[in-house]
Design a protein around this ligand. Structure first.
Ligand code: SAH
Length: 219
């Protein structure tokens, strides 16, 4: 792999961070973490010039890397503390995984597309991003590694996946785009083993971001 992060890339990344700030992202930790992660490593080299625009791009197998704003927003809302055990559903390109790692999280991430799982595994190892990657169905979570302080779902789910909720520790939170055709970005804060508080981000939804669906039983 030929990982080069030159002054031009770094300059574009700084501009992207300014753009995210102007779009309302306030967490310095999140902005600093995103400044550290070269997003162009996660895209095919033919898209390299677009890596620092606020856009989603194809990463193979009909999937897309999340918008930088989505990554920033989901990371900010989760309020990651150093050492938090975080479960990500939908590793995809691995970009969000790398951002979570730079926020100091212990990251566990699941991907159901084998090609993407392999690609991300190689890239993240090369970048020395320490994380636990799992090939499988995110609807099952990772029972052996549970409970998690935070769960981030990066694909749109029709309803709250109960198995994932059960793998969240009390006091923990889950950020998940919920809905069949269109999704509403939703934060769940687990208050007891059986109950949660729910916050929906309407403003976020007005930006009309769409998610690839969270699909069941690939294997
Ligand atoms: N965080 C990723 C987002 C990729 S898009 C990035 O920034 O690159 C969402 C990803 O979720 C896709 O890679 C898709 O294959 C994956 N996905 C969809 N349903 C899934 C499931 N049930 N389990 C695990 N991964 C799933």
């Amino acid at each position: 792999m030929n990982l080069i992060d030159n002054a031009k890339h770094q300059g574009k990344r700084k501009k992207l961070i300014l753009a995210l700030r102007s779009m309302g992202i306030e967490s310095e930790q999140v902005l600093q973490a995103m400044l550290k992660v070269p997003r162009h490593y996660f895209l095919d080299s033919s898209f390299e010039d677009f890596a620092y625009q606020n856009k989603a791009f194809p990463i193979g197998t009909e999937q897309t890397i999340s918008h930088p704003y989505t990554v920033a927003f989901q990371s900010e809302v989760l309020n990651i503390n150093k050492g938090d055990k975080v479960l990500e559903i939908g590793t995809g390109s691995g970009y969000q995984t790398a951002v979570l790692f730079h926020l100091g999280a212990q990251v566990y991430s699941i991907e159901r597309q084998h090609i993407l799982y392999n690609k991300s595994k190689r890239l993240l190892a090369e970048m020395r991003v320490k994380c636990y990657l799992h090939y499988g169905d995110g609807y099952n979570g990772l029972p052996d590694k549970a409970p998690f302080n935070k769960i981030i779902v990066t694909a749109g789910a029709p309803s709250i996946p109960e198995v994932l909720f059960n793998q969240l520790s009390v006091g923990g939170s889950m950020i998940i785009p919920l809905g069949e055709k269109e999704q509403i970005m939703t934060l769940l804060i687990k208050t007891t083993e059986k109950t949660y508080k729910k916050f929906e981000f309407d403003n976020y939804n007005e930006r009309h971001f769409q998610f690839v669906p969270m699909l069941k039983n690939k294997r």
